[in-house]
Write a protein that binds this ligand. Structure first.
Ligand code: NDP
Length: 283
């Protein structure tokens, strides 16, 4: 049984989903992107993460095409720009996302990052959207420990279903306080940039000798080790973006990889956690 993630009152979801940042930007890649997402759904990567920001709605249109006729099979996540995250603007932004996604509802709607609109107003807007049936649940993204503590004591704030943050083997700052706190609250953490954008966010990650050696010994890819490491953490799911079916297949297979404590120790020694509080990393 592969690890599952439980959002509030929801059947378990596989701990690896699919990201969509940069999809919908190039017409020539459209077909491959739709196929990749569909292959992912076929393989059980049924959580799809998108945002009104990605290609200014273009990624949501790709997702809409990929899930046509099979909406019930997927757990759809989108995000609202901070400046839209309150009042009527939030309702309008959500409706526009739904139209592009060709869906009546989102399973999860996230505040993309904290902006100037008070969190109280965002919570109220999320509650209104929930009451209207446009979203099933809501959460946040890019909120650090202090922001989360502030949010969850607001009226309705404890309903926050997740925090989506940057987390990969070479960026482990959340392990200091945010991750343990979320685990204590039983709040799933969605790890974005789980592959450090194929290593672009960290030189030397994908070809680190210790990782390459371990991958070769296990007959897997370094990318798969990175995903397996992330989802070995309680309550953590990863949302890699893959624009090709080959990458989707690798990512899906990473759910079946078991890492021993010794293997985890080797990986963590190669890329240690900071050991002290660092500001939340973001892209
Ligand atoms: P990822 O770490 O997921 O890396 C994506 C890159 O990895 C792409 O170049 C992709 O190539 C490549 N890749 C995918 N699978 C493999 C594989 N098996 N082997 C080798 N390379 C692979 O970066 P993202 O920035 O896309 O993050 C993931 C998702 O998280 C986003 O798509 C988005 O949905 C979300 N996100 C959320 C943010 C937020 O602020 N809330 C910020 C950033 C991301 P190819 O496309 O060619 O397959």
């Amino acid at each position: 049984m592969t690890r599952q993630i439980h959002f509030s009152a929801n059947k378990g979801l596989p701990a690896i989903g699919q990201g969509t940042w940069a999809m919908g930007e190039k017409a020539l890649q459209r077909r491959d992107e739709v196929h990749a997402l569909q292959a992912g759904i076929d393989l059980g990567l049924t959580l799809i993460d998108t945002a009104e920001m990605y290609a200014e709605g273009g990624a949501e249109r790709i997702v809409g095409e990929a899930i046509r006729g099979r909406r019930d099979e997927v757990f759809l996540v989108s995000k609202v720009y901070p400046w839209n995250a309150g009042g009527e603007r939030a309702i309008a932004a959500c409706e526009a996302s739904l139209k592009r996604l060709q869906s009546d509802y989102l399973d999860l709607y996230l505040l993309h990052w904290r902006g100037d609109i008070p969190l109280e107003e965002t919570v109220s807007a999320m509650q209104a959207l929930k009451q209207q049936g446009k979203i099933r649940r809501w959460g946040v993204s890019n909120l650090d420990y202090d922001d989360m503590r502030e949010l969850t004591v607001l009226a309705g704030g404890a309903e926050c279903a997740t925090n989506q943050v940057l987390y990969h083997l070479a960026s482990r700052g959340i392990e200091h306080d945010l991750l343990p706190w979320c685990q204590q609250q039983n709040m799933p953490v969605m790890a974005y940039c789980p592959l450090a954008q194929a290593g672009r966010l960290r030189d030397g990650l994908m070809n680190h000798p210790a990782l390459k050696q371990m991958a070769a010994q296990k007959g897997v890819a370094v990318a798969q080790l990175l995903l397996a490491w992330l989802i070995s953490h309680n309550g953590v799911m990863a949302i890699p973006k893959a624009g090709s079916v080959a990458h989707v297949k690798e990512n899906a297979a990473a759910r079946e990889i078991t890492l021993s404590n010794e293997e985890i120790a080797v990986m963590e020694k190669a890329f240690p956690a900071p050991g002290h509080k660092t500001p939340l990393a973001m892209v």
